[in-house]
Design a protein around this ligand. Structure first.
Ligand code: URA
Length: 201
């Protein structure tokens, strides 16, 4: 089996496991609402991995990350930096939709983050761009950067470094695109922050 198939195969295994996951309270929601888990999509060799929070309504109905209002903003931000959506990998910490889009609970993050950890190991991105405070918090802690954590308004757009088993990677906390749906100033902040990602095209 070549490397390409190997990555695809490993990611497919994650998908199968999430589909079969019954441990999470969100699994019951998925069955009740006849929705889908959202595993992730994009290039399995992406240099940049975007990590959001959890699927919203559109995402749970289609099984695709960032395909609703926040996704439209994300697409605009990618375009502003000249980055093709298909060249990056996009996923979330929590793979099922929390009811009424409430914040994910610590227990849900604990259950689903094991899949995210494996996705990072498989894709081996050079940069991880977190979208919103939940993924920022999780990723900073995962890479031992606990002491650097403050509020997202102070961290967005900054670059942090982490050593991983395949080299040195950059972690770039970003605001969640949802903040820009009705707020053009926030959108401008996001556009400015996305310029940091141009080096990974
Ligand atoms: N918000 C997220 O955090 N993730 C999505 O996939 C969609 C909206």
């Amino acid at each position: 089996m070549d490397i390409q198939n190997n990555r695809t195969e490993q990611l497919r295994k994650i998908k199968d496991e999430v589909v079969a996951l019954k441990d999470s309270p969100l699994y019951k929601e998925r069955i009740k609402n006849k929705t889908f888990p959202v595993i992730g999509e994009g290039d399995h060799y992406a240099k940049i991995m975007f990590i959001g929070e959890a699927p919203g309504k559109n995402e749970a109905e289609t099984g695709r990350p960032f395909c609703g209002a926040s996704g439209k903003i994300l697409d605009e931000l990618l375009a502003s930096a000249g980055i093709e959506r298909k060249s990056v990998y996009i996923t979330n910490i929590v793979k099922d939709r929390p009811p009424f889009n409430r914040d994910p609970l610590p227990e849900e993050i604990r259950i689903y983050s094991t899949f995210l950890d494996r996705q990072i190991d498989i894709i081996q991105p050079k940069a991880i761009a977190t979208l919103g405070r939940f993924s920022m918090d999780y990723i900073m802690r995962k890479f031992g950067l606990d002491n650097e954590i403050t509020v997202i308004s102070k961290m967005h757009g900054k670059v942090f470094y982490a050593r991983v088993n395949y080299g040195l990677i950059k972690i770039i906390p970003l605001y969640h695109p949802a903040v820009a749906v009705y707020n053009n100033n926030m959108k401008q902040d996001l556009i400015n922050d996305f310029k940091v990602l141009e080096q990974f095209k």
